[in-house]
Design a binder for this molecule. Structure first.
Ligand SMILES: C[S@@+](CC[C@H](N)C(=O)[O-])C[C@H]1O[C@@H](n2cnc3c(N)ncnc32)[C@H](O)[C@@H]1O
Length: 444
């Protein structure tokens, strides 16, 4: 098809000046009237790139050379940056990273939600730009005598880039990774010498020993590898059948549910290995403060904490005398939440261990609602049910501004967008956490 399009086509070399960084991390500029997206580039720089995909209105191109470097360009902190698919922005200084994230959020609200922001948005920095992640999931692959343990490649999602240590992962996590690498290199072969693959999840919470989970197609093989790693690397391990690429993983029947305890803003929280926890729970404190401020719940108010996880926010609210109904579909997280709420000794918490889509959001007669769904956002049924409820304020926290903006559009004109904040909870990557606060004058 591309030969019918005017301008450069796949395979052509182009020169362009990068104007901005788009959501996802690509630099965007124009070449011969065509919009070109080129990863690993910085605003204001002139680059040479080769078109690899030509679409009717834009092209994706591979960087071949920086002709004039932009002011924001810095030396990346990782030897596999640009090859590994984990980070997209290490070549940009801190200010440029923050600016690109603020712009991604503002663009999503303008283009997708149809709500251009009245004020310029700033992305709030996290304290630690390196070694902040407390959990990471690696892929181990063994084939014909060679093994790799690392992350998916940037240009080839099927390829694995060997990662000896990850500069955004906690130091203690990297030490555990080194032990696991050595253990897996000496793992007894599976079925003959057939190629095999496992997902290796490593968690290193502040003040806790690192833990690891091994997930293979076969839960039995995962159990064998986990036992081997525990013995050789001296790390507590668990196991399960391999799920998709996203945590949490399903633990196998009989596998230990490793549990950690975490001090968090005066709360002592239990978190199982398979429960969701923010990548950097320490930096996430600023996000939870922001949610509480935006929610502005008073003692006695009824709040639904939707997609509540282990109940960090639930416990903070209950402790302040707010009557909380927490919605969480994952059984392990819901059991952590119950234990955490009991230990927080505040208002009793009502836990609905159900998918959000099956909840009637009118029933708890909420004054206010918090939503913090996975990246894919909320199902329309959830938004409809909230719109039919008595809630007059909605605070929506999201790690994907595009699905957040889509859901704000779906909520419709009855809800007024009051404020937006963006937090850099994932420095060096293109990810951004957004908090949107909405209100409506009249309850239905
Ligand atoms: C992004 S996490 C947020 C957790 C929590 N708010 C926090 O800050 O730690 C999303 C949570 O939603 C849960 N979840 C995913 N899909 C769900 C669904 N359809 N219904 C209810 N909970 C769901 C996950 O198990 C996870 O705990």
């Amino acid at each position: 098809m591309s030969e019918q399009l005017a301008g450069p086509v796949a395979g052509d070399a182009v020169e362009l000046e990068v104007e901005r960084i788009a959501y996802g991390g690509d630099g965007v500029g124009r070449a011969d009237g065509l919009v070109g997206c080129v990863p690993w580039t910085a605003p204001g720089e002139r680059v040479r790139a080769r078109i690899v995909e030509r679409h009717p209105r834009y092209a994706r191109a591979r960087l071949e050379g920086v002709l004039a470097a932009g002011d924001a360009r810095v030396e990346p902190g990782c030897p596999v940056f640009g090859i590994c698919g984990g980070c997209q922005l290490q070549h940009l200084d801190r200010d440029a990273q923050l600016a690109s994230k603020a712009r991604a959020v503002a663009d999503a609200f303008e283009r997708i939600a149809g709500k251009p922001l009245a004020e310029p948005l700033a992305c709030e920095p996290a304290a630690e730009p390196w070694h902040y992640r407390r959990r990471a999931t690696f892929t181990w692959r063994r084939s014909e005598g060679t093994t790799v343990l690392g992350f998916h490649a940037a240009d080839d999602p099927g390829g694995i880039v060997d990662v000896e240590a990850c500069p955004i992962f906690a130091e203690r996590g990297n030490a555990a990774l080194a032990g696991l690498r050595e253990a897996l290199a000496n793992a007894p072969p599976a079925d003959g010498d057939a190629p095999e693959e496992a997902r290796i999840a490593v968690r290193a919470l502040p003040g806790q020993d690192a833990q690891a989970g091994v997930f293979c197609d076969s839960a039995e093989r995962a159990r064998e590898l986990a036992a081997h790693c525990a013995e050789r690397a001296g790390i507590a391990t668990t196991w399960g059948a391999r799920a998709g690429t996203a945590a949490p993983f399903a633990l196998a029947a009989g596998a230990p549910r490793l549990v950690s305890r975490m001090e968090f803003g005066g709360l002592r929280l239990r978190v199982g290995f398979d429960s969701f926890l923010q990548a950097d729970p320490v930096a996430a404190a600023q996000l939870y403060d922001g949610v509480e401020n935006a929610l502005a719940a008073r003692p006695g108010d009824r709040v639904i904490d939707g997609y509540a996880g282990i109940g960090v926010l639930t416990c903070r609210l209950a402790r302040a005398g707010v009557r909380v109904t927490a919605v969480e579909a994952h059984g392990g997280a819901a059991s952590d939440l119950r234990a955490n709420a009991a230990a927080a000794s505040g208002e009793p918490v009502h836990v609905l261990e159900l998918p959000a889509e099956r909840v009637d959001w009118r029933r708890p007669r909420p004054d206010r609602v918090v939503l913090n769904p996975p990246r894919s956002g909320c199902a329309p049924a959830v938004l409809d049910s909230i719109s039919r409820s008595s809630a007059r304020r909605l605070v929506y926290v999201s790690c994907d501004p595009t699905t957040l903006a889509r859901d704000v559009r779906r909520l419709g004109s009855a809800w007024r967008l009051e404020s937006i904040r963006a937090f850099d909870l994932f420095p060096q990557t293109a990810h951004v956490e957004t908090l949107a606060s909405l209100s409506r004058e009249n309850s239905p």
